[in-house]
Design a protein around this ligand. Structure first.
Ligand SMILES: Cc1cc2nc3c(=O)[nH]c(=O)nc-3n(C[C@H](O)[C@H](O)[C@H](O)COP(=O)(O)OP(=O)(O)OC[C@H]3O[C@@H](n4cnc5c(N)ncnc54)[C@H](O)[C@@H]3O)c2cc1C
Length: 358
């Protein structure tokens, strides 16, 4: 059974992903939700230095993407239910999910309720190691003639979006999104968005006539656990996955959900849903992803300490270098000896990995 409080009116924010991460997560991009193909990302420093990183990427129609996966789930026999889970209390070897007046009994409950999840924490888990490091975001859907036809995502780093990034994602034709993702300045990041908007319009003024008239169509807010790092992911009859467990990024979140769901199914089939049995998910996730996330966090911590002129020099220094070859992102092999690398985070590579992760 899949329970969601917004079923029928889902409004998820994430709408871009890169091929390297989609492929690694087992996601085949389908035409039914693909909105626009992109050729890579342009990283911009606070003073205008820029570097282009070739990598296939996609802007997706998130509503259609969700519909596609909901249909697949239904087709596999999953019952979809609209409702708010208020608690998931342990009762012997199962949990009782409270939904207002009703309740559901489940051998295993998977908390996939996003960064603001409370279920796992109510059960005594600490699913993120650094919840204080969630990047709070404001992303606007915008419209201006031809703006969506660009072929590169653009990511600005520096004090216009402290601790993480400001983004421009072309969505095809006249549509695009603009966003800021900020760490360490609370959840209200509107002032950073306004500052970025001004900078963006100035940057694009030569390219687009009347960019000042660009329309803001809608706005989404939320948290991205890009540097929060997963913590405890399993308790008796309970697992946590996706943003709720600090597993940031659409593609990697889906892969984490697949590992989680597979292990939940195996545990139920084996008749053992104890924390120990469900922790196999934690072990598998750690083996597949831990060092990537750890290095990504290290690079973002380094970035956070850097002043704008240092970031500008970093980006300028990258210009002309090939950061990524044959479109594959930071293969696992790069993380051999990761403990040593942690002392000297490979800021550039890990930063690009974080940018690509979403
Ligand atoms: C503005 C913004 C833009 C982003 N853009 C990108 C991007 O382009 N690419 C990318 O890879 N990542 C992006 N991210 C990060 C990305 O959203 C997350 O890392 C990831 O997609 C989270 O997915 P999730 O399914 O775990 O959580 P969510 O997408 O938050 O979904 C949680 C679901 O749980 C439901 N829910 C919550 N509480 C309850 C409850 N009590 N009972 C029942 N249902 C409940 C909600 O309705 C929701 O459907 C973005 C984040 C933000 C904030």
């Amino acid at each position: 059974m899949l329970l969601d409080r917004d079923l029928g009116n889902l409004h998820h924010a994430a709408n871009t992903l890169f091929e390297g991460m989609a492929a690694r997560s087992g996601i085949k991009i389908e035409d039914c939700y693909l909105q626009k193909r992109l050729e890579g990302m342009r990283i911009l420093g606070p003073g205008g230095a820029a570097v282009t990183v070739p990598a296939k990427g996609y802007f997706i129609d998130r509503q259609r993407f969700d519909d596609h996966y909901l249909r697949l789930a239904e087709g596999s026999g999953v019952v979809l239910l609209c409702g708010v889970a208020r608690a998931a209390k342990l009762d012997g070897n199962r949990r009782i999910v409270a939904l207002g007046e009703d309740q559901i009994e489940a051998r295993v409950v998977v908390d996939a309720s996003g960064v603001e999840s409370t279920l796992a924490r109510q059960a005594g888990l600490k699913p993120m190691r650094h919840p204080e490091d969630i990047a709070w975001a404001l992303e606007a859907a915008v419209e201006h003639p031809g703006l969506g036809e660009e072929l590169l995502f653009q990511y600005w780093i520096g004090s216009m979006a402290p601790g993480w990034k400001a983004t421009f994602s072309p969505a095809g034709k006249d549509k695009a999104t603009l966003g800021v993702f900020v760490r360490g300045h609370g959840q209200n990041v509107g002032s950073f968005f306004r500052g970025f908007l001004k900078r963006f319009k100035a940057y694009k003024a030569a390219q687009y006539r009347d960019i000042e008239d660009m329309k803001i169509l809608s706005v989404k807010r939320g948290g991205d656990p890009i540097a929060a790092l997963p913590g405890e992911m399993a308790a008796d009859s309970l697992m946590v996955t996706g943003g709720a467990a600090g597993q940031s990024g659409l593609a990697y979140g889906m892969r984490a959900g697949a590992i989680c769901g597979t292990m939940a199914g195996k545990a139920v089939a084996a008749g053992d849903v104890s924390r120990k049995a469900l922790s196999r998910y934690e072990q598998l996730w750690n083996a597949e992803f831990y060092w990537e996330y750890r290095m990504g966090r290290a690079s973002l911590q380094t970035l956070r300490e850097m002043k704008d002129d240092e970031i500008e020099s970093l980006v300028r220094g990258l210009n002309g270098k090939t950061i990524i070859s044959n479109g594959s992102f930071l293969k696992k092999a790069m993380y051999s000896g990761a403990k040593v690398a942690l002392a000297r985070p490979r800021t550039v590579f890990d930063l690009v990995w974080s940018l690509a992760k979403g």
